[in-house]
Each structure stands twice: as structure tokens, then as C-alpha cells.
Design a protein around this ligand. Structure first.
Ligand SMILES: Cc1cc2nc3c(=O)[nH]c(=O)nc-3n(C[C@H](O)[C@H](O)[C@H](O)COP(=O)(O)O)c2cc1C
Length: 339
């Protein structure tokens, strides 16, 4: 597909190198917003962070600055798009590049009904050639990498041959990096949440895919909880992506740089991470924002030590009646001392 994008959109920011996908944090709607990502970045400098999915409709018809806004500290950073109209995706990929994102990713894994009605997400696994057309249009529009996140199948189209047909067709359009949520999506009858738990995880299928497409970068996603597990899967796969565990227990990320990227920097403590977040929170409050917008993503720091419950209570319950939010934050921070 050919299309024109005006020169006014050409990116003038310095080129960044291809991000490493050895360890990434998954795109998660309502969770991995810019505040969450800023916080997670304090725990690991190397993890690749994904935005929440943004639809092409939202970017093209809505307030795109609001959706694309991020802090320079969040890099390496990938924008995830939802859509299936090649020209729209191409324009949005260009927006991502112009706003400095390091990668643009197409969502072919999200099963929600709302999303299916618009031909977005996992239902696209049934339309490999359309996904290939989308990827080609996006690749023609940008120089940053274009990647795909997908399932191992959908109900009615869940054979290994169909999975290979999907990956092979999209590869032929130039995509070289696939993040595989290693379970099928059931498009009718299960909620998005159930679709993240009920269909069984099939790492064996993802591993077979890597064996059959050795030239492709295959990132494993689904159910990974520890860095030990990451080490194990990195024997087979090119990268690992964590979703829920990184959100509910973000401190799991504190040793990612040392264990998976060979960093010799000291491991950050929980207390230090919160101390480094404090000026960001103060600036957000000064700009008229609420502390809760940020600290709701930090609750998971309060797991696994005495006082953890109190920490969570301060930042999830007491926060709503606090007159001086930063005083409350400092109280919560005291509970992290030495942690
Ligand atoms: C709250 C929530 C929102 C999600 N939103 C998205 C999304 O926007 N795009 C996407 O590709 N996957 C989304 N996912 C799926 C995750 O990216 C990931 O594939 C899934 O949670 C499995 O990984 P995990 O077991 O490590 O959590 C979401 C998951 C959760 C829990």
C-alpha cells in the first residue's frame, strides 16, 4: 500500500539504537500509563517498557498529545497500537516515531468484545494477510522497529499449522520480532481477564515456533513470575515479557539489570526507589495532579515485609483523606526504611 505522509511529521530527534527485548514489561490497559512506567524505570534501566494499547481511532481523532505524552526517562519505550487499517496504523506509527518512541508494536492478542467489533487485537489472528498488510504499511512509514504481540491461536483457529501460517505471513511483510502470549484467546464467552488465566499456557508451542523460525526474535509472555524463570526461558527464547507480576510485585524488577543485562550498578532498595519518585510526585501535585495517579502504581512495593500492609493502606485508603499528601508519602516511605 502506498501513501503519503507530510514532511512536517518527519522526526528530527536523534536516532536511538534498537531496544533490547531481553526483558520487557507488558502493555497493560489502565496499568502501564506514563506514571507507572516512570516508576518502573527507577527499578530497571534496561527493561523495555510498553505503553497501554492506544487505538488508531483515539490517536487520529482524539487528543493524540495526551496519549503519546511520556517522560524522557521512560526510554527504552514502545508504543502499542490497536487497529487494522493499514493507512491509519502507518500514520500512527509515524506519530510514535515523531514522539521519540523506540518501537511500535501491533496488538494481535487482546480478546475484548469491544476490541473485536472494531477488528482489533486477537481476532486479527484469523486474518494473517491483513496483519501483514498492516505491518508492511507501518514499516514503510517508519525507521523504528515494528513488532507484533500475539497469541498462539484463537478458538477455531488454534492449530500449530495456522500459527505458523500467521507468523510466516507476517514475517514475509518484514516483521522480525514476535512477542508470544503463550495461550490461545477464546473470543466468545470469556472476559479479557478470564482469557489471561483460563486457556492453558503452552510454552512448548512457543518453543516449537522458535525452533521452526530460528531467524526470528521470539519473546515469551504469560505467567512468568521470577528472575530464575526468566533465566530458564532465556535459554530457549530471545526475551521474556512480564505483565501482572511486574505490576503487582514491581520489586521483582530491581535485579533485572544485574542479572539479565550484566550491570554492575548497585541494586536499588525499595526505599531509594520511592525517594527517587518523590520529586516526580511533587511536580505532578504542583501541576494540579493528584498523588494517587502515581502512587496507585506503587502499592506493589508493599509486599513481603512487616509493615507492608500499613504501607499499602496509607497509599490506597488514607491517601483519599490526606490534606498534605506528601506528608503521607513520607510516612509510607518510613515503612520502607532498610528495605
Ligand atoms: C490489566 C491488564 C491489561 C492488559 N492490557 C493489554 C493491552 O493493552 N495490550 C496487550 O497486548 N495486552 C494486554 N494485556 C495482556 C498482557 O500484556 C499480557 O500479555 C498478559 O497479562 C500475560 O502476561 P502475564 O501473565 O505476565 O501477566 C493486559 C493484561 C492486564 C492484566
Amino acid at each position: 500500500m502506498n501513501f503519503e505522509i507530510s514532511e512536517a511529521h518527519v522526526n528530527t530527534s536523534p536516532a536511538r539504537s534498537e531496544p533490547s527485548r531481553r526483558f520487557s514489561v507488558a502493555p497493560m490497559m489502565d496499568w502501564t500509563d506514563r506514571h507507572c512506567r516512570f516508576f518502573l524505570r527507577l527499578l530497571s534501566k534496561h527493561a523495555l517498557l510498553y505503553t497501554e494499547m492506544v487505538t488508531t481511532g483515539a490517536l487520529l481523532n482524539g487528543d493524540h498529545e495526551r496519549f503519546l505524552r511520556h517522560n524522557e526517562a521512560e526510554h527504552p519505550l514502545a508504543l502499542q497500537l490497536g487497529g487494522s487499517v493499514p493507512l491509519d496504523l502507518a500514520m500512527c506509527a509515524r506519530m510514535a516515531q515523531d514522539h521519540g518512541y523506540d518501537e511500535v508494536n501491533l496488538n494481535v492478542g487482546c480478546p475484548s468484545d469491544r476490541v473485536q467489533n472494531n477488528m482489533i487485537g486477537a481476532c486479527l489472528m484469523g486474518h494473517p494477510q491483513l496483519v501483514a498488510d498492516c505491518v508492511k504499511a507501518m514499516r514503510d512509514a517508519v525507521s523504528i522497529p515494528v513488532t507484533v504481540k500475539h497469541r498462539i491461536g484463537i478458538n477455531g483457529r488454534d492449530s500449530y499449522e495456522e500459527l505458523c501460517d500467521f507468523v510466516g505471513t507476517v514475517r514475509d511483510a518484514g516483521c522480525t520480532s514476535f512477542t508470544v502470549h503463550a495461550r490461545i484467546a477464546i473470543l466468545e464467552g470469556l472476559s479479557p481477564k478470564e482469557n489471561r488465566d483460563i486457556p492453558p499456557l503452552r510454552y512448548d508451542v512457543a518453543a516449537r515456533l522458535k525452533a521452526d523460525f530460528p531467524e526470528l526474535e521470539i519473546i515469551l509472555n504469560g505467567g512468568i513470575k521470577t528472575l530464575e524463570a526468566c533465566h530458564e526461558y532465556l535459554q530457549t527464547f530471545d526475551g521474556v515479557m512480564l505483565g501482572r507480576e511486574a505490576y503487582h510485585n514491581p520489586y521483582v524488577m530491581a535485579e533485572v539489570d544485574q542479572q539479565l543485562f550484566g550491570s554492575t550498578a548497585p541494586v536499588i532498595s525499595r526505599a531509594e526507589a520511592l525517594a527517587q519518585l518523590r520529586p516526580y510526585i511533587a511536580a505532578h501535585i504542583d501541576a494540579g495532579g493528584s498523588m494517587h495517579h502515581i502512587t496507585r502504581h506503587v502499592l506493589g512495593l508493599g509486599t513481603g515485609f512487616p509493615g507492608a500492609r500499613k504501607f499499602r493502606q496509607l497509599l490506597s485508603v488514607d491517601i483519599h483523606k490526606a490534606k498534605e499528601p506528601l506528608v503521607l508519602l513520607d510516612q509510607a516511605a518510613e515503612l520502607l526504611e532498610g528495605r
